[in-house]
Design a protein around this ligand. Structure first.
Ligand SMILES: [Zn+2]
Length: 374
């Protein structure tokens, strides 16, 4: 184990951040908020394009038409059109079905069994959830709110028999009338207003951009950041690093150096998914990355030698964000890592477990990363 004690150069770093912590970091927060709002607005603008998927399924909708027709085919159609005595009360009415719904001695109203009986005008004898009864074809007014009187697969929508709604997949643009498939909801995402996953719903994109609101994709499921963030170590899978929080360290930060190989030049990884921002504070944090995880959560990665992610880019958990370096107030290569909620440093948790109580020196405790493991 290396006896090297690279860590934050306390005097300079702590002075710069301790003297004006609210100013220094509230500024960053303000920038984050602005950036986030801009991104949201920008993505919203491009949302309401008609979904190709919905178009693609139109043939399926059409299919219910022929089905309904088939069900009604055994001569019943002709009966309905026949100018029987029942046609008279309906003849002048613009809404034949409404008239037909009145008791009529001569024709079968909706939901009336139609074996050997003539259905009133506008209805046919067809198969419904009620059995073989007089029922409405597509666009005919429905008599039951659940569409039980509609022929075949037709349902009652807005008072009329209509084809079942085609459900929309995740990432498909939606509006107030949009019917999203299964557990999906119509909500705002980084893709705009689309069908998206709420808590616990499987995510279709690994970075969670199909999850509603600020939810993230963790282990294949959309989770609320506050409830489900599962931070992982900020260095590559399988590596062992030791950490400390020396006497004059800022907030609840930890400094990490590697046990089993060189620290400098190693990758710094996103400990959870989010939007990464490049920052530079020459006298303190040096080149560093802030990741906004949503829900008020951010993580800091200080003293990088270089960035590996564009400013404002979405990163998945385990994505490299920079090279470990020693820029800013640092005595040698190490990762200065922090987890913050609403700008306030939190006790660092990795894989749901607290690293407190923090050791004051390297070598006492170590952490093996499972971040980015296959
Ligand atoms: Zn530090």
């Amino acid at each position: 184990m290396a006896p090297v004690v690279w860590q934050c150069a306390d005097a300079q770093l702590d002075t710069s951040l301790a003297e004006a912590p609210p100013t220094a970091f509230s500024t960053e927060d303000a920038r984050l908020d602005t950036g986030k709002a801009d991104g949201t607005d920008g993505s919203t603008g491009s949302a309401p394009a008609p979904s190709p998927r919905a178009d693609g399924q139109v043939p399926e909708v059409g299919r219910s038409g022929p089905d309904a027709g088939d069900a009604a085919s055994p001569g019943a159609n002709a009966d309905a059109d026949m100018p029987g005595a029942n046609a008279d009360p309906d003849a002048g009415g613009p809404e034949p079905f409404a008239d037909a719904a009145r008791p009529s001695p001569a024709c079968g109203a909706a939901t009336t069994p139609c074996a050997g009986e003539t259905c009133c005008d506008g209805l046919v004898c067809g198969r419904t959830t009620l059995g073989q009864v007089c029922c409405g074809l597509e666009d005919a007014p429905c008599a039951t709110v659940d569409g039980a009187d509609c022929c075949g697969e037709l349902l009652c929508r807005a008072g009329r028999c209509a084809a079942p709604a085609v459900c929309r997949d995740a990432r498909t643009p939606c509006d107030d009338d949009g019917q999203c498939c299964g557990d999906l909801a119509c909500g705002r995402t980084t893709l705009g207003q689309v069908c998206c996953g709420e808590d616990g719903v499987a995510c279709a994109t690994p970075n969670g951009e199909d999850c509603c609101g600020d939810r993230l994709c963790v282990d294949g499921r959309c989770v609320s950041p506050a409830a489900g963030l599962n931070f992982k170590a900020p260095f590559p899978c399988g590596q062992s690093w030791t950490y400390d929080h020396h006497a004059a360290e800022v907030r609840l930060a930890l400094d990490f150096i590697r046990n089993d190989g060189p620290t400098g030049g190693e990758l710094t990884l996103a400990s959870a998914a989010g939007t990464a921002f490049q920052r530079n504070e020459p006298g303190g944090a040096g080149l560093y990355v802030v990741i906004d995880h949503g829900g008020g959560w951010t993580t800091y990665y200080f003293h990088l030698s270089d960035f590996l992610v564009p400013d404002g880019a979405f990163v998945g958990q385990g994505d490299p964000v920079g090279f470990v370096g020693s820029t800013g107030a640092s005595s040698g290569p190490h990762i200065h890592y922090e987890q913050l909620l609403d700008g306030v440093g939190q006790v660092i948790h990795i894989n749901g477990e607290s690293l407190a109580p923090y050791p004051a020196e390297y070598g006492e405790r170590s952490l093996v990363s499972d971040n980015g493991c296959p």
